[in-house]
Design a protein around this ligand. Structure first.
Ligand code: SAM
Length: 175
């Protein structure tokens, strides 16, 4: 799957800039396989959203919910896919407590990049995660985020995907 080709084909907006790297995009795309309910915190340029949406083409039941306080235009050409992408304008600390507990099998955290915020998103995410679910964190090369993760669980509870850039990087936590 080529994300730029996907975006050109499916979105009514050209793909200009990467937030997650192409290698990270592939990992997110693979992690979305066989999921039913995905929650994304921090959608910004929609790079990560598109990785999930690309996977959702083959998952007709799957719904993506994206939370971000800022709305940026990004419509999909496919109306059926668009209906399965719920965008909530708001802050994760306000929105997550209102979502259905244990309803999400994949949560992607890429919101506020400081230690208390990532720990807060992790703690709220644990309440929303279904049995056997997965939480993925972005920008884990950033020390403030890594510190938050290590305050929650020891290093060997995560699968680390380090990026070559100073920030970026993914950590996958499985229940
Ligand atoms: C690093 S960007 C996310 C990049 C995105 N995943 C992508 O692929 O383009 C961080 C985003 O978090 C959003 N944000 C800031 N505070 C937030 C909060 N409290 N809850 C959820 N999102 C937040 C910002 O508006 C910004 O869009």
């Amino acid at each position: 799957m080529d994300p730029i080709a996907f975006c050109t084909q499916y979105a009514r907006r050209p793909f200009r800039k990467w937030s997650v790297t192409p290698a990270e995009w592939e990992i997110l795309h693979v992690q979305a396989q066989n999921r039913r309910n995905i929650l994304e915190i921090g959608s910004y340029l929609y790079t990560s959203s598109l990785a999930f949406i690309a996977a959702m083409q083959a998952l007709p039941e799957c719904i993506l919910t994206s939370i971000d306080p800022v709305h940026r235009d990004m419509d999909l050409r496919d109306d059926a896919l668009q209906r399965r992408w719920l965008r909530i304008i708001g802050y994760s600390e306000d929105v997550m407590p209102q979502l259905r507990p244990h309803a999400y099998d994949l949560i992607f955290v890429d919101g506020v990049h400081n230690t208390p915020a990532v720990m807060g998103d992790f703690q709220r995410g644990l309440k929303l995660l279904s049995e056997g679910g997965t939480i993925i964190f972005h920008d884990v090369n950033h020390w403030k985020i890594r510190k938050g993760l290590l305050e929650m669980y020891p290093e060997d509870r995560y699968e680390w995907h380090n990026s070559t850039t100073r920030s970026k990087g993914l950590a996958i936590w499985r229940m």
